[in-house]
Design a protein around this ligand. Structure first.
Ligand SMILES: Nc1ncnc2c1ncn2[C@@H]1O[C@H](COP(=O)(O)OP(=O)(O)OP(=O)(O)O)[C@@H](O)[C@H]1O
Ligand SMILES: [Mg+2]
Length: 369
């Protein structure tokens, strides 16, 4: 049995006629770091709160460590949680806030001090040790909330957007800190975030949700390279995957502006007979811009052209925006391949990186069993 098992877990809020979380099925192994991602309102926090016991499970079963916990009180679930809207005790200093839970657990004062010192150090809160929450910034408060959870030494951490109030730099360093902490403590962690970069960099596996329904569960690169549908393809990756309306006939792919490419036999076979209007998807880094001297590795048969409408110089790489096939597209190129607005570029799509999505269901034909 897995450490955590969701079996058709549902949540219907009072007064609602539909499930906010619908038939959620997932097994989580001990020590795994799982990220829940998805757009605002898709049910991430609700799912986490059902795990913590703060929200009633209205359908299905949830098991933690082999025990059905549907009716188990939060304090008996062996969980430490960092909430999206964490509430600190306003009259207590940072160190008191962090140690309060331990005091409640009747831990000896000396041990509490050791743990609080450790958390304060890890979270860089030394300067603020004796301050009260009202005199802290949002990011500092968030770190105190994190401290309160990590000192508890529980087997399961639930974190709901714990870094959302931090500035970009602190966010990146806290990301590394949480990953390190996870390796050291080995506690199973479920981490909710909007931020797909956080999910990609921290998680062993990612759960992508939309409208209360799990879309795909997988390792970060599985989701990136093999999205099962257009929603997952568009959600993971920045800039977003390019999508084009195309008409597929045999090996021929026709774009809305009349441009054509020919599919290799291998790619055409992966389409499994699907024909007609569909959506072609390709990531920016899989669009190869061809210099005037035509690089040898280019697929010379399927060269397309477009005019650059915008550029983003990122430092380490460049994003080249252009209109093609009736859609806006972006190619990610190396920092050495800068083009100017108005330049006409030639490019090819890396044949093995093409995705084809059903127009109605969004299913990725290339990833069907
Ligand atoms: N107590 C409640 N009663 C009724 N509806 C609720 C309640 N709490 C949340 N909801 C609704 O359930 C849906 C899912 O909310 P939830 O907080 O789980 O989303 P989320 O994925 O965490 O979003 P965000 O990224 O914005 O935090 C939302 O449409 C929300 O309005
Ligand atoms: Mg939320």
């Amino acid at each position: 049995m897995s450490f955590i098992e969701f079996k058709n877990v549902c949540k219907m809020y009072p007064g609602s006629k539909v499930n906010t979380v619908d038939n959620f099925n997932l097994n989580i192994e001990e020590k795994e770091f799982i990220a829940f991602v998805g757009p605002s309102g898709c049910g991430k926090s609700t799912t986490l709160r059902m795990m913590a016991g703060f929200e009633e499970i209205t359908g299905g079963e949830l098991y933690i460590d082999g025990k059905k916990v549907n009716d188990v009180a939060p304090r008996d679930r062996g969980i430490a949680m960092v909430f999206q809207n964490y509430a600190l005790y306003p009259h207590m200093t940072v160190e008191k806030n962090i140690g309060y839970g331990l005091k409640n657990m009747k831990m000896p004062a000396e041990e509490i001090k050791k743990k609080v010192d450790w958390a304060i150090h890890i979270l860089g809160l030394e300067e603020y040790r004796y301050r009260k929450p009202k005199n802290l910034s949002g990011g500092q408060r968030q770190r105190v909330a994190l401290g309160r959870a990590i000192v508890k030494n529980q087997k399961l951490f639930l974190m709901d957007e714990p870094l959302s109030n931090l500035d970009a730099k602190l966010r990146v360093s806290m990301r590394t800190e949480i990953s390190k902490l996870h390796r050291e403590l080995g506690a199973t962690t479920v981490y909710v975030t909007h931020d797909q970069v956080e999910a990609m960099t921290m998680a062993d596996r990612i759960v992508i949700m939309k409208d209360g329904i799990v879309q795909q569960v997988g390792k970060p690169m599985e989701l990136y390279d093999h999205p099962v549908n257009q929603f997952v393809a568009g959600f993971i990756g920045s800039p977003q995957m390019n999508f084009f309306d195309v008409d597929v006939n045999g090996n021929n792919v026709r774009f809305a502006d009349g441009s054509n490419i020919t599919l290799s036999a291998a790619t055409a076979e992966k389409l499994k007979g699907h024909q007609g209007m569909m959506t072609l998807g390709i990531r920016g880094e899989d669009i190869k811009v061809i210099g005037p001297d035509r690089k040898a590795d280019a697929d010379t048969e399927n060269v397309l052209t477009a005019v650059i409408t915008d550029t983003e110089v990122m430092g380490n790489e460049n994003n080249l925006y252009f209109s093609f096939g009736g859609c806006q597209a972006v190619a990610r190129v190396s920092k050495y391949e800068i083009a100017q607005i108005g330049d006409r570029i030639s490019f090819t799509f890396v044949p093995s990186k093409l995705h084809f999505f059903d127009k109605d269901t969004g299913i990725n034909f290339m990833e069907m069993e």
